[in-house]
Design a protein around this ligand. Sequence first.
Ligand code: NAP
Length: 185
Amino acid sequence: MGKDALLISAIGAVSANGMIGLDGWLPWDIPEELAYFEKTVAGAALLIGRLTYESMDVVPEDSFIVSRQSDMVVREGCTRVASVEEGLRRAQATGKPVFVIGGASIYAAAWKYCHRFWLTRIEQAFHGDSSFPETVDLSGWVVEREHCRYLRERKTDTDVMCRFFVYRQNNPLSLPVPDCNSFGA
Ligand SMILES: NC(=O)c1ccc[n+]([C@@H]2O[C@H](COP(=O)([O-])OP(=O)(O)OC[C@H]3O[C@@H](n4cnc5c(N)ncnc54)[C@H](OP(=O)(O)O)[C@@H]3O)[C@@H](O)[C@H]2O)c1
């Protein structure tokens, strides 16, 4: 097991008006931000909400898809899980670092277990239909790293300021011990 095994991180990007999604995809088109996401999660086990999973063209192996649909068929290398907790346990069992990649409902359920939150703040408002959950409160987290870049946004054809934060939560909750009577939960 690598040194980052058992560490749970979340990663996402949010606009100045709190949006994360539009029509099942991102409200913006910033290739370099997407590349940063892909580079950061490369080689990790991923926890993904069902709607986000369905929006992805490529899903890496060791991805755990959270859905209440017990008959859901997932792509090769992916596993359906019935809860965020089950998904995090199974992702940790791969021995890889674990990244929670959203969407909103998955961040809302998983953030208390996360050691780090890699959050890009896109300092411009975008129209969206999915918001970063208000219940995810990063105010008590420590900013471990921060850098800022202006990146091209292709829908508006402008440069937007992107602030890349890595937040650390010092005492995340431990995952609950699974209930032996509810296999897989
Ligand atoms: N900006 C970003 O960083 C970012 C990151 C990720 C996603 N997004 C965007 O966010 C949007 C999707 O987010 P979303 O919140 O609507 O959907 P989502 O979280 O990706 O998926 C929601 C689905 O996950 C399952 N689910 C959620 N909570 C569950 C729980 N506690 N137990 C079991 N299953 C659970 C349910 O699937 P079933 O209905 O199958 O039961 C639910 O319908 C898209 O627009 C996407 O592009 C943005």
